[in-house]
Design a protein around this ligand. Structure first.
Ligand SMILES: [Zn+2]
Length: 466
């Protein structure tokens, strides 16, 4: 089957290929976090979907160049910094670090670039885009000194979200009173400075102020990926007004189609309800780990549901993830035992897994094939029908599958504490301090790691189920 995705813009499944005449590089833009607090698992569900998309495209031979923006200036970050009595950059720094910690823990591939909204390079680009929009009659400065996009002069506004302009209500992202604007749906491109902003301001032809949220993405996306982007992703809550506004701004300036394919990830619910701090069902990655689960189990729980389906997160779902990973780990351990480090260079030719993902990332079907394969090969091993070369070939097949799922394998990051213990154990063994070596082995086991002594020295692996 040809590669196809559901394009939010057309509301249809569309075939996807690289641009004609170009190389096989796919430019992907993904809306990143606003760093005023630690990102929650609903945010990470979308980031994991984007990771799956990138890894599958790479498995299919494309070269992906992915950009994810970091929003480090908006109403919430400014308020947070003011309340904490620190500078904006001091305030956002901690959440940026936390974001990367969680990204790595969840084995999400790092994007090629993480531009920040407050980078002067992009502020300059935003200002030049806003100037171009004003000169084309697509933007105006209102009495409150802020600059707004004039949606009535952009006839296709509302097309992505399939929204009727006459039905528009205030979006809540706009800071000033609505009477300053010509139309309730006009959105801020540049927000004039006011007292609450403190020292957060940049100079512009319209006076001191700061950019609106939407123009950040248009400026960074076109600056880093060109006027036209192959795939733009985000959560469904980004469709309107954020992505609609990105189209209006970008196409308003360039006159070219901004995005070839729009992909949006559905919501994550917790116990059937919208996640919120007041309901006590709001979770971050460390919250989940504090309940005794691993980030790897969380990755599995978040990746296993199709991205356009709502995901209902429960502890039962986490237990199922643990069980599924246990089945994969047990299977791999059996294969390794039979293969005995043999590498025949042969790989089982079976592409059901990849074919399923070609169909709009049909992960349920792909995982279905995986577990069917596990059952089949387990039966063969039970009956003693799988030899050393056969087991090695299945392990090579798994390496291909896992380059997309990222559940085991080389990317595994071993914490420094674990590495230090493993090193101490190796030294103890060399010094023939067997008791000490055993104690260190137990310590590693308690941390979820297993050591094996081979002819080439000590090997360390994640303990099954950990
Ligand atoms: Zn965005």
């Amino acid at each position: 089957m040809a590669l196809q995705f559901f394009n939010t813009y057309s509301r249809k499944l569309e075939q996807f290929s690289a641009r004609k005449g170009g190389d096989q590089t796919i430019g992907i833009y993904t809306c990143g976090p606003t760093i005023y607090s630690r990102a929650h698992i609903g945010n990470f569900r979308a980031y994991i979907f984007e990771d799956l998309l990138q890894r599958h495209l790479e498995a299919r031979g494309f070269n992906v160049h992915r950009v994810m923006n970091i929003t480090d200036v908006d109403d919430k970050t400014i308020r947070g910094a003011r309340e904490a009595g620190v500078s904006l950059s001091q305030f956002t720094k901690q959440f940026k670090r936390a974001f990367f910690e969680d990204t790595d823990a969840l084995r999400i591939k790092r994007a090629n670039e993480y531009p920040s909204a407050t980078d002067q390079r992009y502020i300059d680009k935003m200002i030049s885009m806003i100037s171009a929009l004003i000169s084309k009659g697509l933007a105006y400065q209102a009495d409150d000194k802020s600059v707004y996009f004039r949606i009535h002069n952009f006839p296709s506004y509302g097309k992505l979200a399939h929204i009727d302009l006459t039905q528009l209500q205030s979006t809540g992202r706009v800071k000033n009173d609505d009477y300053d604007k010509e139309h309730i749906g006009d959105f801020a491109l540049w927000k004039a400075w006011d007292e609450e902003d403190g020292d957060v301001k940049w100079n512009s032809p319209w006076g001191a102020g700061r950019p609106g949220w939407h123009i950040e993405c248009s400026a960074m996306a076109t600056a880093l990926l060109g006027d036209q982007i192959d795939i733009h992703c985000g959560g469904v809550d980004n469709i309107f007004p954020h992505h609609e506004a990105e189209i209006a701004q970008s196409e308003g300036v360039t006159g070219r189609k901004f995005v070839r394919m729009w992909l949006h990830c559905a919501h994550l619910l917790v116990d059937g309800q919208k996640m919120s701090k007041s309901l006590g069902n709001f979770y971050t990655v460390p919250d989940i780990c504090a309940k005794g689960y691993t980030a790897r189990e969380l990755r599995y729980a978040l990746i296993r549901v199709h991205y356009r389906t709502q995901l209902n997160f429960t502890w039962e779902v986490m237990n199922e993830a643990r069980e599924s990973l246990g089945r994969i780990d047990d299977w791999l351990a059996r294969l390794h035992e039979i293969a005995q480090e043999e590498n025949t260079g042969h790989r089982i030719e079976r592409s059901d897994f990849e074919n399923a993902l070609d169909d709009d990332l049909n992960i349920s079907a792909a995982l279905g094939f995986l577990f069917e394969t596990i059952r089949e090969t387990n039966r063969a091993m039970d009956a003693g029908r799988l030899d050393r070369a056969g087991a090695a070939s299945w392990l090579s097949w798994w390496n291909g599958v896992d380059s997309v799922l990222a559940l085991t394998g080389q990317e595994l990051q071993i914490p420094s504490e674990v590495l230090a213990l493993a090193k101490a154990r190796e030294q103890a063994r060399l010094a023939k301090q067997w008791q000490k070596s055993d104690e260190l082995r137990d310590k590693l086991f308690a941390l979820g790691w297993e050591v094996r002594d081979t002819r080439d020295g000590q090997k360390i692996a994640k303990r099954a189920g950990a």
